[in-house]
Design a protein around this ligand. Structure first.
Ligand code: HEM
Length: 526
């Protein structure tokens, strides 16, 4: 395809560029080296000059960018924007990496395939009411395993010989989420304490993390260029061959798990019987095709593998800087379980009962905004914004960082204030908070795993607060963008630092989990 400059949209400010072919791609290339050059901040700075919504040209594509709380609501949630419901096809991700046409749900363009997959996964595992209690049980058990692992490494210090833990939490959080995802999808229980399983988990985490970068709309400027440039740049940068290698590596573990479920379908254990694959073999084959099921499995294994642990780590980091929040959360949690910590620990996974912890999780998701530029959308029919008509085939970028930190909608946006999400204040007065956040996107293609991810974060938070007290933080930076190791990237991945925790009491761990389960380092060496 030759370069054809797209026609600008009337009524939406245009960020002028006279560079042929390239257009405004300097917003994402060369890749940002400093946090202050993160794409979301570059877009935000432009909005100060051009207004909250503007258009840019990326190669031969027009991109409309929304940079405020209100404009995101208008462009993603109103009835007039029904056409904001597809995803763009990109050369590097869709054509090179996913050559068999099997993509995740989140990267599948709108159409019957997409709708079928979304419905199947939603009704059988992610939003299905029947799965909710089961999912909570799985998450609770995996949280216990994570905690047992931490406890086994705890060191004894100080006059009272208390137990202390110091950990970065990202890798352990990834093992935790992967274990939950594999059980729900395949009924496969991975014991990542065994070294060969850990290697397998590390492989999945590495491959999926690299693939996330390949599908990133703010890291692959070549995808916006006309075909010959796109092709040549991918060949010379080695991206094509790297993508193909990742594709082969991914195939190995996905096929292994698929085979596991198929072989265990005749005499299923309870985990297999409750899994998504079981639904597929029992009745789903009539609803979704084999290739669609492969996309669903791919989505289940990859989505949330980084985002959930990254949010959890950031939440722990904020909590270690907010003793008043921890104190209040602990009290509210205990109030809900007649001041019995064992009862609280053993039952907190059953419902999202403690509204203050719900607010902590929402505030973490908002303030952190792990995907500051969300995922891109493509319009399937014209949509209106004010007097402007955005044509079919236009790309829409949500600057969710700017929306989540918009001071016109959010009081002190850079501060961690869970109360902003409560519907009543400390005196019980109705505050009717209807504040939204955009960490999961919003509208027709909002994150399908938001309930699962939220449930994971809620249960982890409850159990950690019940077991541990936060110690002096090792890291003082709190701004997520400033913490980010990869400012050019689609996701915020904070630099490595430890969170320091003190165990409230050894006896309580034994009571909460059963003494036979718990192994402390000093018990083991005795
Ligand atoms: C804290 C963790 C997570 C965050 C912050 C997150 C964030 C997002 C965002 C921003 C989108 C784009 C939404 C939009 O365009 O409006 C998305 C899409 C999606 N997410 Fe998540 N996600 C998380 C966890 C998960 C998990 C655990 C799963 C499933 C197991 C999941 C499955 C999906 C799917 C299927 C889509 C595509 C939806 C569609 O295109 O219809 N996500 N996610």
């Amino acid at each position: 395809m030759l370069f054809i400059s797209p026609k600008r949209i009337k009524g939406i400010p245009n960020v002028f560029s006279n560079i042929p072919i390239y257009g405004n791609l300097s917003l994402i290339f060369p890749p940002a080296k400093k946090w202050s050059d993160s794409p979301c901040l570059k877009f935000y700075r432009l909005s100060q000059k051009y207004g909250e919504v503007f258009q840019v040209r990326f190669g031969n594509r027009l991109v409309v960018v929304a940079n405020s709380y209100d404009s995101i609501i208008k462009l993603w949630c109103c009835k007039s924007v029904r056409g904001n419901n597809s995803r763009p096809i990109s050369e590097t991700f869709h054509n090179q990496l996913s050559r068999e046409g099997i993509y995740t749900i989140g990267t599948t363009p709108f159409g019957p395939d997409y709708l079928k997959m979304r419905k199947f996964v939603s009704s059988n595992v992610l939003n299905g009411k029947s799965g909710k209690g089961y999912n909570g049980g799985v998450i609770s058990r995996e949280t216990n395993r994570l905690i047992l692992k931490l406890v086994a490494k705890a060191t004894r210090k100080g006059e009272n010989e208390d137990y202390f833990i110091s950990d970065d939490f990202i890798r352990k959080g990834q093992y935790f989420h992967l274990a939950v995802a594999l059980i729900l999808t395949y009924g496969y229980q991975i014991d990542y304490t065994a070294s060969e399983n850990r290697l397998e988990a590390d492989e999945i985490i590495y491959v999926e993390n690299q693939i996330t970068k390949i599908r990133s709309h703010v890291q692959n400027f070549q995808d916006f260029l006309p075909n010959p440039f796109r092709f040549l740049l991918n060949v010379f940068s080695g991206k094509n061959s790297f993508s193909r290698k990742l594709y082969e590596r991914r195939k190995v573990y996905l096929e292994k798990y698929f085979k596991f479920s198929r072989e265990n379908i005749t005499y299923p254990n309870s985990a297999v019987r409750r899994s998504l694959m079981y639904h597929y073999f029992m009745d789903g084959e009539n609803c979704v095709k084999r290739a669609q099921m492969a996309s669903i499995c791919l989505t289940m294994v990859s989505a949330g593998l980084d985002n959930t642990p990254l949010n959890f780590k950031y939440e722990l980091h904020q909590l270690s800087h907010s003793p008043h929040v921890c104190k209040k959360a602990y009290k509210e949690l205990m109030d809900g379980f007649e001041n019995d910590p064992v009862k609280a620990y053993q039952n907190c996974h059953k419902e999202l009962k403690c509204q203050y912890i719900v607010a902590i999780v929402k505030e973490t998701l908002r303030l952190f905004t792990v995907l500051p530029m969300a995922l891109p959308r493509e319009t399937t029919e014209p949509i209106t914004y004010g007097t402007a008509v955005i044509p079919k085939g236009t790309l829409l970028f949500m600057n969710s960082w700017a929306g989540n930190h918009d001071q016109n909608a959010i009081y002190k946006p850079m501060e961690f204030i869970p109360e902003r999400f409560l519907s009543s204040d400390d005196d019980g007065n109705d505050t009717s908070s209807s504040l939204k956040h955009f960490a999961f996107g919003i509208g027709s293609r909002m994150c399908l795993g938001n309930h699962l991810a939220f449930q994971e974060l809620y249960i982890l938070t409850c159990k950690f607060l019940l077991l541990f007290e936060f110690q002096n933080p090792e890291m003082n930076k709190l701004n997520p963008l400033e913490l980010n190791q990869f400012p050019e990237s689609i996701a915020i991945e904070p630099e490595i630092f430890n969170i320091c925790l003190k165990l409230r009491s050894k006896e309580f761990v034994n009571q909460a989990m059963g003494p036979r389960e718990v192994k402390f380092a000093d018990d083991v060496t005795m």
